[in-house]
Design a protein around this ligand. Structure first.
Ligand code: SF4
Length: 125
């Protein structure tokens, strides 16, 4: 088990941020994060609120037991927004690394579940 997973397992609430981009892979990232939130594996939070430095959401993220960022493509917008907000050491799932090409990966339940399954490994509840 990776160090990230061990930390997640031992701590409290998990938060998931998706890039939620306009591309098909962005939509898959969003759907996967919503799935984790619906099943209570993690709470989905707004990545835009981190970018906008909304203190309520930043504080929530700072107190999270684990953070999982899901990005649709190698531009890694969610990861960069979190890093610019001062977050480090969070788990990261990137769909191109999982063989889902941008513009070539229509949203399907199977793809959403594949991503959710990968992100779920880093959640602690
Ligand atoms: S990571 Fe890729 S898909 Fe997601 S918002 Fe950025 S450019 Fe769009």
């Amino acid at each position: 088990m990776s160090e990230q997973r061990e930390v997640a397992r031992q701590s409290g609430t998990s938060l998931v941020f998706a890039c939620s981009g306009a591309a098909d892979v962005g939509a898959i990232s969003d759907r996967a994060a919503r799935r984790l939130s619906a099943e209570k594996s993690a709470s989905m939070c707004c990545i835009a609120a981190i970018g906008a430095d909304i203190q309520e959401i930043v504080a929530k993220a700072r107190s999270a037991g684990a953070i999982v960022a899901i990005d649709g493509c190698s531009l890694e917008c969610a990861k960069k927004v979190l890093e610019q907000g001062g977050f480090q050491g969070f788990a990261h799932v990137q769909l191109e690394d999982m063989g889902m090409g941008k513009g070539k990966s229509p949203v399907t339940d199977e793809r959403v579940e594949t991503v959710a399954q990968e992100a779920r490994k880093f959640c602690c509840r």
